[in-house]
Design a protein around this ligand. Sequence first.
Ligand code: SF4
Ligand code: FE
Length: 512
Amino acid sequence: MEHIPDRIDTGVQRREESAAERWARFAPITTGDEYVASLRNRGVTVYLFGELVAEPVDHPIIRPSINALKRTYDLAVEDPDLATAHSLLIDAPVNRFLHIVGSPHDLVMKNRMQRRMGQLTGTCFQRCAGLDTISVLHSITYDIDQAHGTSYHQRYLDFMKEAQRNNIILGAGMTDPKGDRSKRPSEQADPDLFLHVSRRTEKGIYVRGAKAHMTGGLNSHWIAVMPTMNMGEKDRDYAVVGLVPGDAEGITYIYGRQSCDTRAMEAGDIDKGNAQYGGQEVLVVFDDVFIPHAHVLMDGEYGFAQEMVARFTAYHRASYVCKTGLGDVMVGAAAAIADYNGADAASHVKDKLVEMTHLNETIFSSAIASSHEARQLPSGIFMNDAMLANVCKHNVTRFPYEISRLAQDLAGGLMVTLPSEQDFDHDVAGPILKKYFQGRANVPIEFRQRMLRLVENMTLGRNAVGYLTESLHGAGSPQAQRIQILRGMEVERKKGYARDLAGIRQQEHGAA
Ligand code: SF4
Ligand code: FE
């Protein structure tokens, strides 16, 4: 099959490793510490602040994002009922972030685990897009095989056995930079603005392009690249799904900045707000990266790109239940500040906490309902109800903003005027601050500082990326959900209900 324009093949040659060679550099991971160790010495190319990062694991800005993923391993050890599941594929317990969903109950348990992870980290723990990709690839490879006689599903199952045995993290590389939005992938002036196949050899394919704002990209052991939108026949080289180790030759990471991220480089941990955990988004550049055939799960079947994206959004928009865990932290922080200020008995304080809880539980109810209403696909896997998943994500584009507003209301202006930790420690300034910022007598001032900084962190600082802007744009911006809701709202059927009850249908029949 020859459909690659000359301009795409750059002639770059990589080591054409087999699937077995690629898996040979992994060893099974159990604990969070083992996960962190697995990220060391990978030799990946990472840019941050205009410099190459020598060892990402030790970088103060990067490390909190690694800690968040580390927590997914530790939770599986601490609470296996919640965070592990029995895999029929390898007949053993696996981390729920690698589990193939076999029932609506599996999806409900996934949502509960995501809420718990949000409570534990107060940020984006970066592992759900990969999990949802695992679900999508199960069904879409099966469906492509049925239509085209390919063998992608078996390749997928073989990959997943290794992924589960080694307990790796799979990241989702979905969002292309997209260039001129009025043009198709194949029409872009620069062909690399959508990731595409640049060459085919006997052993596999080469891909070229980039994936933008990829959640946890640098912290993943493997990356699944896949189309970001529907594709036409001319885009067939762009209709590609492949599985690539994060340290494959030709990959470059450029780290995304987050609000107040340099606080991670300051001394002390109070002003960081959440010193332990953070999220991560990176630009991942694929400069002619080789993928052996065994790890290619779509190559040119452009007719499945749109359905693949639709299934991904059905899963992933319900995964935004993660934000209810962060909402729980916000409610707790606002209530604690009210306590520290001696305002906890005021009726308006209680009412604001009720409002925050109502909004948070509304998000949870749409997500969990979407999982309970899951339906089975031909490959045997279950998929979230798409309408309810879109409603969940649409709630998430709004309610965390209102919850944050109420938390800031209860925190008071001190949240943004509080002097630094260093001033509190200073010989002269410190005693002055401690005199004037004392709240309730039996509450140490440091508790107030820490709680105010946490609200600042989640509503204005580094983890506002995870709690607010990611809530707005992650898994599709608000308009993307409105389009899906429009498609699924069946307004003609509903007009029929109304015409029946209003006695109009009978007249229509009479007139016909
Ligand atoms: Fe998971 Fe939420 Fe982060 Fe997405 S935004 S990866 S659903 S924690
Ligand atoms: Fe996301």
